[in-house]
Design a protein around this ligand. Structure first.
Ligand code: SAM
Length: 277
């Protein structure tokens, strides 16, 4: 078989696998970045020592555990507290002053992974005197990471790096005031955790569920193709109040001319604002 024919066949096999996954699990990865999905599938084929993607599809249809493994392969959960501290610094300095008059503030962290981003925001809002007004909704497609996020615990080995991030983000206290520890983990105080509601929500298949003043969706759009990015930005537009803020990841961009509705608010840190209708 020529290389071209092989690649064509592999693309077809991938289409069939993704269709089967959708039918079996409800998770739809057909509009994710093709190259990254292909890489993960090829890796799974290798790990399971299978000859090709078609065999993987057969196995997945008959083996619930393998199906789960493949879904986990597609969910990249890398996260940190105060990740990209400059984003949180800009949020403190530029966005927070705009929120002073709001009677209540609803924030949606979409694609929150294991919760570190939402804990960071809860701490920031508390320090800026907005803790009583804020309600944070943190969602992810993966139930597994949501269950972990609800626990509010982090391996102690990560806390040194997170303390540095916190300080760089303009943190105003000693970071250790927000958690207690044992020999393995740091446990965030209930004062921080009770501001956050964690729930499963899939940006591909689920709709809007509230009106928010701020939506943070960082390092998620990067996994979607342009059509899916556009769909998700429409969902965010429908879920944001007029003049609400949208924060995305440092490597992500929205083309305002293409998607309308948003204007740059602080471009250096990818913070946008929904224009008045
Ligand atoms: C790399 S993490 C980013 C976590 C956090 N926002 C951050 O920047 O540190 C990407 C997260 O997006 C989630 N995700 C991917 N596709 C999703 C979808 N369709 N709906 C909701 N969450 C999704 C993954 O499960 C993963 O937890």
């Amino acid at each position: 078989m020529t290389d071209d024919k092989f690649l064509e066949k592999e693309e077809l096999e991938l289409d069939l696998l993704l269709a089967a996954l959708h039918r079996l699990s409800g998770f739809d990865f057909r509009k994710y970045m093709r190259s990254s999905i292909m890489r993960r599938v090829q890796n799974r084929v290798r790990l399971e020592q299978l000859p090709n993607i078609s065999r993987l599809t057969e196995e997945v249809i008959n083996n619930e555990m393998l199906l789960q493994k493949l879904l986990d392969d597609f969910s990249i959960n890398v996260t940190e507290m105060f990740r990209d501290p400059a984003f949180f610094k800009a949020f403190r300095e530029k966005v927070v002053p705009e929120l002073a008059e709001y009677p209540e503030i609803r924030i949606w962290h979409a694609g929150c992974s294991t919760g570190e981003e939402a804990y960071s925001m809860a701490i920031l809002m508390e320090e800026e005197g907005l803790g009583e007004k804020v309600r944070i909704y943190a969602t992810d497609m993966s139930e597994k990471v949501i269950r972990k996020a609800e626990k509010g615990s982090i391996p102690i080995s990560k806390m040194k790096a997170y303390t540095t991030n916190y300080m760089l983000s303009g943190g105003k206290k000693s970071f250790s005031e927000y958690y207690s520890t044992d020999s393995e983990c740091a446990y965030f105080d209930s004062k921080i955790l009770r501001k956050i509601v964690f729930a499963q929500h899939n940006l591909v298949t689920d709709g809007s569920f509230n009106e928010f003043h701020i939506i943070i969706c960082r390092n998620v759009l990067i996994y979607f193709n342009l059509e899916l990015q556009k769909h998700v930005l429409q969902l965010f537009n429908a879920s944001l109040a007029d003049e609400g803020f949208l924060g995305i990841g440092s490597k992500e961009s929205i083309r305002t001319e293409a998607y309308g509705h948003f204007e740059e608010f602080f471009f250096e840190e990818k913070i946008y604002r929904k224009m008045r209708a």
